[in-house]
Ligand binder design. Sequence first.
Ligand SMILES: Cc1cc2nc3c(=O)[nH]c(=O)nc-3n(C[C@H](O)[C@H](O)[C@H](O)COP(=O)(O)O)c2cc1C
Length: 213
Amino acid sequence: MPTLLHIDSSPLYGRSVSRELTAAFVSQWRDSHPDGRVIERDLNATVMPPINAEWVGAVYTPEGARTPRQKELLALSDSLLAELEQADEYVFGVPMHNFGVPSVLKLWIDQIARVGRTFSYADGRPKGLIIGKKATFIIATGGIYDAQTRMASFNFVEPYLRSVFGFLGLTDATFLTAGGTAALSQGHDRHAFLAPHLQAVQTHAQSLQGVAA
Ligand SMILES: Cc1cc2nc3c(=O)[nH]c(=O)nc-3n(C[C@H](O)[C@H](O)[C@H](O)COP(=O)(O)O)c2cc1C
C-alpha cells in the first residue's frame, strides 16, 4: 500500500503557512492514492526529550545486548524510525525559527539519525540508509532568503535539511519555500499570498504521480 509520512513542526496550527501547504499536499496525494495510507506525525504534539548520554549509550549497545531500560529509552526512536521505514514518500512542513529549523524538528532528527538504522560506517565511510524514498520539504519564512539576496546566507533551513537528509541517504528531495510570510501580519491578504504557493504544491504533488499539471 502506498504510504505517505506527513510531518508538521509549526506551533501555530491554524495560522501556520507551512501546515496549510502540507495539508494541500496531503489532500492532493490522497486524491492520487485512493488506496494509500497517510501516517500523521505532528511534532508539536509529540513529547520528545533531548537525547542524553544514556540514550547514546543505548544506541551504541548491540541490539541483542540492550537492557530493558535501554530498550525503553529507544522506544520512541524505534517507533519514529518505523514510520520512516513504512512510508514511501515524506512531506515535511518546516517554519523557519531563528534562521534554522524549529527545535521540535531538530529533536526528531536526533531521534531518527541512528547508526545502523539510518546511516552506517560499515566500510569506514558514512553511508546513508534511507534509500528509495521521495521527500518534499515545504518551508515558510517570515523574511526572504532567495539566492543573491542580502539575507541568503542567514538561511540555515534548506542547507541544513539538504545536508542532514543527504547524509542519511535521502537525495530525492524537493524544497518549496513560501518566503515573506511576515507580510501577512502587515495586512497582506492571506488568500492572495497563499494562492501561488498552493499552486506550486499542487503542481509538484501531481508531478510526483506523473500527472500532467
Ligand atoms: C519563534 C519564531 C522564530 C522565527 N524566526 C524567524 C527568522 O529567524 N527568520 C524569519 O525570516 N522568520 C522567522 N520567523 C517567522 C516565521 O518563519 C514565519 O512566521 C513562518 O510563516 C513560520 O511558518 P508557519 O507559518 O508555518 O509557522 C519566526 C517565527 C517564530 C514564531
